[in-house]
Ligand binder design. Structure first.
Ligand code: RM4
Ligand code: MN
Ligand code: MN
Length: 424
């Protein structure tokens, strides 16, 4: 399904007067407003191909209907999101869940929706039909060289798939670890993983990067072989300049200071980018900004400050991606909410009075520092985000348009009630 641009314009026109009032009110107080709007227009967040269907837990899965049944339909879904918010201009593929049968055709289709291919993701956490060796006890860490070899070859195959699509990076997330004390030798597991990663690294094209993602636990519940940013950093710093550490927000132990992690990784030039989501307890799949939007803002504050200090391009020097699974919400609505939350946090970070903050830090004025951050955080920047969307051809109110045009109902009509998307 394609959205009729005129219907988006109609909706914008009916919301315009109210929007203008709130936009003028807030924009009037910001000096570099045009530069900020441009940054928002440039900022794109990749949508993972596995997040367009209903997720589930091990207790059950409740499909909402109209799910994309193949990669073409997934691209179509991301095209819908991008038409509405103009901020989801990229797709991140998970192989083998979404192997393009014809890379050129898929590339063309994505191009028609104005979408690029972001990082490709390998999968050695599940066994696929017909696979020779099992990943039950790990993949790149496995005690058996033959299993490691199979996992290395899969990653190299994923790089090839990504090359054909124009991707420039490989994300490796490993489920490797152990469920019980004594199950494996930590050093041996680390060493095997490192050697395996070295082989994958050697297969990277010259202009590619490898992102090593960490996760504290799940599916292994005693140890994870890339369990935290320190372990990931150890791999990436030893691997070489093309290796970076990827931060998935939901992959930390409760209350971890993620903004500090981000700041230090950037300082070392080793931050790959993000998998955005939110979590309350141990989940890594809730809608971005749904539980702790202040933390998201603090992370963006470090990002903006760190990127500016290094003269980095906000839109292109780090990888931005959502990584979530939707159990009770319509996946497309959830993704619209997630992108909105990211854009809001980014905008708030852009309006922080950095000069005043530096001055407060220089004289240990803790009270002033808090006031400065919270002044930005408590500013309702939604009209700025909406303005950037409208100027680039998107909707002032994406979710409202999605509902009033009955997009999901149409998708159910086209695809049926019982389709099941590959993914989580
Ligand atoms: C993992 C991790 C990976 C993602 C898989 C599906 O928890 O976040 O990035 O590819 O889930
Ligand atoms: Mn992730
Ligand atoms: Mn995850």
């Amino acid at each position: 399904m394609l959205l009729n641009k005129r219907l988006i314009d109609d909706s914008n026109n009916s919301n315009l007067a109210t929007h203008k009032r709130s936009y003028d009110y807030i924009a009037g107080g910001i000096n570099n407003i045009e530069a900020i709007i441009q940054k928002l227009a440039d900022f794109q967040v990749a949508i993972p191909s596995w997040a367009l269907g209903t997720g589930g837990t091990r207790f059950g899965r409740f499909s909402g209907g109209g799910e994309p049944g193949n990669l073409e339909q997934k691209i179509e879904d991301i095209g819908l999101l991008h038409a509405l918010n103009q901020s989801s201009g990229a797709i991140s593929l998970h192989i083998p869940w979404d192997i393009p049968s014809n890379a050129d055709e898929i590339k063309k289709l994505a191009g028609m929706h104005d979408l690029k291919f972001d990082a490709v993701n390998s999968n050695t956490f599940q066994d696929q039909a017909g696979q020779q060796h099992s990943y039950k006890f790990g993949s790149l860490q496995h005690i058996d060289k033959a299993v490691r070899k199979q996992a290395i070859e899969h990653n190299i195959e994923v790089i090839k798939q990504g090359e054909a699509l124009g991707s420039k990076s490989l994300t490796v997330w490993l489920a490797d670890g152990s469920c019980f004390p004594g199950q494996l030798n930590f050093r041996k597991a680390w060493q095997n993983t490192y050697e395996s990663l070295q082989e994958i690294y050697a297969a990277l094209p010259a202009d590619w990067k490898i992102f090593v993602e960490y996760k504290a636990y799940e599916p292994n519940f005693y140890s994870t072989t890339v369990g935290d940013w320190g372990q990931s950093y150890l791999y990436t710093s030893k691997l070489g300049p093309k290796a970076y550490t990827l931060v998935d927000l939901g992959h930390h132990l409760p209350n971890a200071n993620i903004e500090q992690i981000v700041s230090l990784l950037m300082m070392e030039g080793k931050l790959a980018g993000f998998h955005f989501n939110d979590s309350k307890y141990g989940d890594d799949d809730l809608t971005v900004g749904s539980i702790n939007p202040y933390q998201l803002f603090l992370i963006f504050n470090e990002l903006v400050e760190g990127m500016d200090a290094k003269g980095m391009n906000h839109a292109s020097d780090l990888a931005w991606m959502i990584d979530a699974s939707h159990n009770v919400k319509d996946p497309l609505e959830d993704l619209l909410q997630s992108i909105e939350a990211i854009m809001i946090a980014y905008t708030q970070a852009l309006i922080v009075d950095t000069k005043a903050l530096k001055e407060a830090q220089e004289i240990n004025d803790t009270v002033a520092a808090q006031e400065i951050l919270q002044t930005a955080y408590r500013t309702d920047v939604r009209p700025l985000v909406a303005e950037a969307r409208m100027r680039t051809g998107g909707a002032l109110k994406p979710l409202q348009v999605f509902r009033s045009l009955q997009v999901r109902e149409q998708l159910i009509k086209e695809r049926g009630q019982a389709t099941v998307a590959t993914g989580l």
